[in-house]
Design a protein around this ligand. Structure first.
Ligand code: AMP
Length: 271
């Protein structure tokens, strides 16, 4: 396992490597990240994992400061997984070069998290665009848990004709149904139980609403979730993943997208 803190050293190392499978992360590694890394290791070539908590994608400084970090534990996990290359850039290292490609921000960025986290996706694309330019990976591995993020990155790659294939990976969940997330580290036991109740509620509702998808009352959902102990709901919406519109007939496949707070911790999921 080779660790790089400088883009110049990293570029030198990878200049002769043809197939790089890239897994970008913000650290605080969990089984979700591990599944992406293991998947990338099934591809030919070398796996490169980055750890960088990108301040530009946090719309609140407090949230950035409270984001759980544990580099020592992360490196232990990556070593155990025998990851080839690790990139741990500093803010200066990653932001101190001029990029060739301008960010392409698809209109879907205005929905869901785009509404409640101003500037978030611009910040995400800024950093991913930089990573792509520096690393030129053959594949990038992204989780469907952050569906909107992976969709917008895919659109940017397509629009800017970047030669990287996006591999979308399934959401890995705890036994109680809650998706693994670095932010779960900020939950206490009671909040973790409420999160589990939220996921069970949504799974159940998804099954029940299929037949009356056209006349859903989301207000009732919000009321029920607040009664379960949720502090605040940024959004709960139904989307057909193909049309990115609310489904109108029961024949359409859809997912429920949610962003909610348990005290100060914001969680997102799609079911
Ligand atoms: P993050 O470190 O939260 O920025 O996540 C890095 C990557 O891991 C993103 O592509 C996420 O979508 C993905 N990811 C996060 N949580 C999970 C999970 N529970 N299962 C699968 N992938 C995940």
């Amino acid at each position: 396992m080779k660790i790089f803190k400088s883009k110049h050293k990293l570029k030198e190392e990878i200049s002769n490597i043809k197939n790089i499978s890239f897994v970008p992360t913000m650290g605080g590694l969990h089984k979700g990240h591990i599944s992406l890394i293991k998947k990338s290791q099934n591809f030919k070539g070398k796996t490169l994992v980055s750890i960088f908590v990108n301040p530009k994608q946090f719309n609140e400084k407090k949230d950035f400061l409270n984001y759980p970090r544990d580099l020592k534990k992360d490196l232990k996990i990556l070593k155990h997984l025998k990851v080839d290359l690790i990139y741990l850039p500093s803010l200066k290292d990653i932001f101190s070069f001029k990029v060739k490609n301008k960010i392409f921000l698809d209109k879907f960025s205005k929905k869901l998290c785009g509404r409640s986290r101003k500037g978030h996706f611009k910040g995400v694309l800024n950093i991913v665009n930089r990573f792509l330019e520096l690393i030129k990976p053959k594949y990038i591995f992204l989780g469907i848990k952050d569906f909107q993020q992976s969709h917008l990155i895919s659109k940017h790659i397509l629009k800017r004709k970047i030669n990287t294939k996006v591999i979308i990976c399934n959401t890995i969940r705890e036994k109680n149904g809650v998706a693994y997330s670095t932010r779960n580290n900020n939950l206490n036991n009671n909040q973790f139980k409420i999160a589990s109740k939220v996921i069970k509620y949504l799974k159940n509702k998804k099954r029940l609403v299929k037949n009356k998808i056209s006349n859903l009352n989301l207000y009732d959902f919000k009321k029920d979730l607040m009664n379960l102990g949720v502090t605040k709901i940024d959004y709960i919406e139904f989307y057909n993943l193909k049309t990115l519109k609310r489904p109108k007939s029961k024949k359409e496949n859809f997912k429920i997208f949610i962003a909610f707070y348990l005290n100060k911790t914001r969680l997102i999921d799609n079911i």
